[in-house]
Design a binder for this molecule. Structure first.
Ligand code: PLP
Length: 393
């Protein structure tokens, strides 16, 4: 057993034999190329000059006044393409290029990871295939158009429900068939080893910056809050604070219409140990182990699994995980827009919504960091048409 593949009992490599050689090749390349000084220097320069890092740690004065605590926002929404996703997609694409791969590929649901991958491919001069369910492609026509404009080939999948699950299956198939020439860019801290550890590494820039920025203003974080879909923005910011015993870490999942209804995506709140997409983790499943359908207003949090590190951090009680509803999320989005002039993504609004539950119960003035993982431009239709009780697929 490859013990490096695990976080406690979670993680591993639960893939068909045909994919194992590619995972071993990737792990070797990650260790021998991506950890070198030269690679880090090149990546850092691209993050600075192309992505726009470091992102600010912004003291939200009016939000702080509103809650009676010192609230700081880590502004991942200010990255190029509008979210944290490019940090990882760009790093993986750079690794692919150094490995001599000609083509990168990705699967995408709402299109955000596809867009980040297509952007990185254009920047580095790589071919790019993005797998997308035909139904999702229709709903996300603007993102499909953007990806095509960036030179990517969007492969629409007509199987089953024509959504992310079918797109992922098709993408894995295509990857295994052309494993010599393709590099599979995974968009969150999920999948078989080494992806969860590699994505954590590539997103840890968020936490490193935040810690440095806090030090500069001589502040210490009492709480760090982030939303959790697959868990990449959360692990990215948490990673720098895991050893700080006085810093409480909080992950926020999507409760959809409520965790006591069938319409949610609260994996860590309601799931059980299981296997999904090549990893052992916590999974939303029925009594027979069949993956349950998930529901959330936010496509980025709409996932029936979660990265294995989060399953582990919950197990050892280092991170507390909670869930907030679609309604609480929309209220939080409006609150930040009105109080700070920042329209956050609906994913990030889940993290912001948790302030409502946390702040009234705290004694003394606390310093709280919220990771604003992305901007809300992509969500305006959803917000305008929002009605309480809507079931999102
Ligand atoms: C994709 C996405 C997420 C969820 O993904 P994680 O891997 O859990 O971070 C959160 N916020 C935004 C803005 C996203 O685009």
């Amino acid at each position: 057993m490859n013990t490096k593949a695990y976080f406690g009992k979670f993680g591993g490599q639960f893939v068909p034999e045909t994919a194992m050689s590619a995972l071993i090749e990737l792990e070797n390349a990650y260790e021998s190329i991506a950890k070198t000084k030269a690679f880090r220097k090149e990546l850092k320069n691209l993050l600075k000059t192309y992505v726009g890092r470091p992102t600010p740690l912004y003291h939200a004065k009016r939000l702080s006044e509103h809650y009676g605590h010192e609230i700081y926002l880590k502004r991942e929404d200010l990255n190029h393409t509008g979210a944290h996703k490019l940090n990882n997609a760009l790093a993986q694409a750079l690794l692919a290029k150094k490995m001599g791969k000609k083509k990168i590929m990705a699967e995408t649901g709402a299109g955000q990871h596809g867009l980040a991958t297509a952007t990185a491919a254009a920047l580095l001069g790589l071919e790019c295939d993005v797998y997308m369910g035909a139904c999702d492609a229709k709903r996300q026509a603007l993102n499909v158009y953007k990806m095509k404009l960036l030179g990517a080939n969007v492969v629409e999948i007509e199987d089953g429900l024509k959504t992310l699950k079918e797109a992922t299956t098709a993408a894995i198939q295509a990857w295994v068939n052309e494993i010599e020439t393709r590099f599979y860019v995974i968009g969150s801290a999920v999948g078989p080893h080494p992806y969860p550890k590699m994505v954590k590494d590539f997103q840890s820039v968020i936490g490193k910056e935040a810690k440095k920025q806090l030090k500069k203003i001589k502040a210490k974080a009492d709480f760090v809050i982030a939303c959790v879909g697959g868990g990449s923005n959360a692990t990215g910011i948490f990673s720098a604070f895991l050893d700080d015993k006085n810093t409480k870490l909080i992950g926020v999942e999507a409760a959809g219409l409520g965790v006591d209804t069938p319409y949610h995506a609260a994996t860590l709140t309601k799931g059980m140990d299981g296997i999904i997409h090549g990893m052992k983790t916590i999974v939303l499943q029925d009594q027979y182990g069949m993956i349950l359908p998930v529901h959330s207003i936010s496509a980025g949090l709409d996932y029936p699994g979660v990265g294995p590190e989060h399953a582990y951090l919950k197990d050892i009680k280092r991170v507390q995980y909670y869930a907030v509803t679609d309604d609480e999320c929309i209220n939080a989005l409006k609150r930040l827009s009105e109080l700070e002039g920042i329209i956050p993504a609906i994913e990030s609004s889940h993290a912001l919504a948790y302030l409502e539950k946390l702040c009234p119960n705290l004694k003394g003035k606390k310093t709280i960091i919220v990771n604003v993982s992305g901007r809300g431009d992509k969500d305006m239709d959803t917000v305008i048409n929002y009605k309480k009780g809507t079931i999102y697929g």
